[in-house]
Ligand binder design. Structure first.
Ligand SMILES: Nc1nc2c(ncn2[C@@H]2O[C@H](COP(=O)(O)OP(=O)(O)OP(=O)(O)O)[C@@H](O)[C@H]2O)c(=O)[nH]1
Ligand SMILES: [Mg+2]
Length: 277
């Protein structure tokens, strides 16, 4: 379905996966998601916190790549420059196979700011995130704390809410204010301070874990480490002769929930260079 054009289907109501009988969370999650959507449109935050998973870490550590891997599709702005510049609240909605009005196996995205418009082309979802980011945060590396809310409907996902956040940067560039680091840290904390938030603390394997912004932020919000999972990215580009064993075993910075190591796609794998022949 990835090559289908963006399809507007303003009149088709979203299927209600909640309708199917299932564990209690399955019916509660869509209702609370809807409440949160309403609150976010009103510009205030909901007092009901739903469990969500947020990624934190320094810029370009691989946060968006990790979330994409969880969804199994390529649809987030990623790259070596600052990419995520607004919080993206990503509600994954599991579609029961063969649910009414629903082509088998179909997957699509819907933005809260474009109600009723279904994006079957995941490259178009990425473009819309970029356009919507520029609209609020400008085109020159600016950052905004105003959320983008996106739902992904798919038979291949669990009902879960993921939050992609801007990475921590130190030196202001482009239109960023001088206190950009403090602003981004405040923004991240506003998500990960909630007891219901699982923190994915993303650190690249090619730099020392003791310098990890992700683990430092996670420790502020979750001092006893009961809801922090360490994610070590870029295992494929570590220095030759080194390994991440001590990171992954928690010998450097112990975490109660431990660490997972991942290899996401590199920029080169994503956009292979055409070599001159
Ligand atoms: N080789 C390799 N490259 C990776 C890995 N994970 C991410 N990358 C690359 O690192 C760059 C940054 O990845 P992103 O997922 O955009 O990182 P981010 O933390 O979301 O970045 P910001 O949103 O800008 O803070 C991209 O070019 C990715 O392709 C990995 O495991 N191995
Ligand atoms: Mg990102």
């Amino acid at each position: 379905m990835a090559d289908d054009p963006v399809t507007a289907a303003a009149t088709v109501p979203s299927p209600s996966p909640a309708a199917a009988a299932g564990p209690i969370g399955h019916s509660v999650i869509p209702i609370v998601n809807k409440l949160q959507d309403i609150f976010s449109q009103l510009g205030s935050s909901s007092t009901i916190d739903l469990p969500q998973v947020a990624v934190v870490g320094s810029q370009s550590s691989g946060k968006s790549s990790v979330l994409e891997a969880l969804v199994g599709r390529d649809f987030l702005p990623r790259g070596s420059d600052i990419c995520t510049r607004r919080p993206l609240v990503l509600q994954l909605v599991h579609l029961a196979q063969g649910a009414e009005g629903n082509v088998e196996g179909a997957e699509w995205g819907e933005f809260l700011h474009l109600p009723g418009k279904r994006f079957f082309d995941f490259a178009a979802i990425r473009r819309e995130i970029q356009v919507e980011t520029d609209r609020e945060a400008g085109g020159n590396k600016g950052v905004s704390d105003k959320q983008i809310r996106l739902k992904i409907f798919s038979p291949n996902v669990l009902n879960i809410t993921l939050v992609d956040l801007p990475g921590i940067t130190k030196v202001p560039v482009g239109d960023q204010p001088t206190d950009i680091e403090a602003r981004i840290r405040t923004m991240i904390l506003s998500y990960i301070k909630h007891e219901t938030c699982v923190i994915l603390a993303v650190s690249p394997a090619n730099s020392d874990l003791a310098n990890s912004d992700a683990l430092q932020m996670a420790r502020i919000a979750d001092p006893d480490g009961s809801r922090t999972i360490g994610v070590i990215t870029k295992l494929d580009i570590m220095d030759r002769g080194t390994d991440a064993r001590n990171f992954l075993l928690g010998n450097i910075i112990p975490l109660r929930l431990g660490y997972v190591g991942v290899v996401n796609r590199s920029q080169e794998a994503r956009c292979p260079k055409v070599l001159p022949t």
